[in-house]
Design a binder for this molecule. Structure first.
Ligand code: AMO
Length: 366
């Protein structure tokens, strides 16, 4: 690290249009040589090598550009929510029970008992609806013990959550999310363009409403009508390609998820006239699921039935259930995977690159 004194002058040849003619150079902090990683790598180093020496890797302008995008996007989401009368909340991350299935829970020794790291703020954002907080959002870490080594799963990710009381049906909720997203993308584009960040041109200019594709129709596209099986990553890719072809847009909702697919999602409301389907949907972007959510079950008797159907003991969720005993409005919301959106917007091949210091099954350091 050096301090340089000199004269700045315009230059046609220099990348940023100016160059510095030094008159004095002082070393502030010495670097060991050789560096474990080139700062201006022409040939891309292996991801593992880059993450082993992440601080050096982050010095590259192309890598820093991703985190400018990330910062602009989070600021864009915050301002889009705040301008719609949402308040930002922070919910506990050490929990007695998880809401997204036991298989991906991280246990923690918690004095005389066992706790788990939050997989999602699900239970708390819903409880706040009963407290009269009618529009909330949270941007916070979430943890999942994901054993699989894929390019779209992390063990620590940023979950952007929203919850709304008295939504105008499942579609009213979808309208809120898509409008917030479009606003956030617009302000991200403006901010990156002002900073001359090359990723500005990656931010799509999209219009609402996004297409709504019923789950059953997507199953027909995949050639397995009525199968009621959740979509895998290859299915999602094929659906994304079909939507791009038929509608010419990268964002779309997959709506009316079958109850059979959401059987463990005890908080998902089943459709009254059609208990085989829920009011749940996913938001996908270029063949990747980036968000999921819908209307919640706010009627305590039905909620208890859902717990039993999911094989869960409602007594373990006492604090959550209490919120339903003293008046709970109809409500709904979404959980949105910020890292997945950034991965796709920045054109990265692996979600790990969207985080400063990624965590996966094999990486706890640095
Ligand atoms: P779900 O489990 O679908 O829903 O998660 C919501 C979104 O979070 C992102 N995501 C992940 N991103 C990176 N690595 C992971 N391991 C990972 N797991 C999930 C995805 C996904 O769409 N409580 C519900 C949401 C709700 O109903 O409000 C939930 O967590 O982008």
């Amino acid at each position: 690290m050096v301090e340089v004194e000199g004269t700045v002058q315009r230059s046609e040849k220099a990348q940023r249009g100016v160059e510095l003619l030094p008159s004095r150079v002082t070393v502030i902090s010495r670097a060991e040589v050789p560096l474990p990683l080139g700062v201006i790598d022409k040939v891309g180093a292996e991801l593992d090598t880059r993450f082993n020496h992440r601080v050096i890797d982050l010095r590259k302008p192309s890598v820093r550009a991703i985190f400018e995008l990330r910062s602009a996007l989070l600021a864009g989401f915050r301002s889009a929510f705040l301008s719609r009368d949402f308040i930002e909340i922070e919910t506990p991350k050490l929990l007695r029970e998880g809401a997204e299935g036991g298989a991906t829970l991280f246990p923690v020794d918690y004095f005389e008992t066992r706790a788990y790291l939050a997989q999602s703020p699900q239970l708390y954002k819903q409880m706040l609806m009963s407290a009269g907080f009618e529009r909330v959002f949270e941007i916070a870490p979430a943890w999942r013990a994901e054993p699989s080594d894929t390019v779209r799963h992390l063990t620590e990710f940023t979950s952007l959550d929203l919850e709304v009381a008295y939504p105008e049906g499942a579609d009213g909720l979808r309208t809120i999310l898509e409008e917030v997203l479009v606003d956030a993308l617009r302000s991200t584009h403006q901010e990156l363009a002002a900073r001359k960040n090359p990723l500005a041109s990656n931010i799509p200019d999209v219009r609402t409403p996004f297409p709504r594709i019923p789950f059953a129709r997507a199953e027909e596209w995949l050639g397995r009508p009525g199968a009621e099986q959740d979509f895998g990553s290859e299915d999602e890719k094929a659906i994304g390609a079909r939507v791009q072809n038929d509608f010419g847009v990268p964002f779309y909702y997959l709506i009316d998820y079958p109850t059979a697919v959401k059987s463990h999602t005890f908080y998902a409301q089943r459709q009254d006239g059609n208990p085989r389907a829920t009011w749940y949907c996913d938001l996908d972007f270029r063949g990747w699921e980036i968000a999921s959510g819908g209307l919640r079950e706010h009627r305590i008797d039905r909620l208890r039935e859902n717990f039993v159907a999911a094989g869960l003991d409602p007594e373990r969720f006492g604090g959550y259930l209490e919120a339903f005993r003293y008046g709970m409005p109809p409500h709904g919301g979404f959980g949105f995977g910020v890292d997945r959106l950034i991965t796709l917007l920045a054109g990265l091949s692996n979600i790990r690159e969207a985080r400063l210091f990624p965590r996966d099954r094999y990486r706890l350091d640095p």
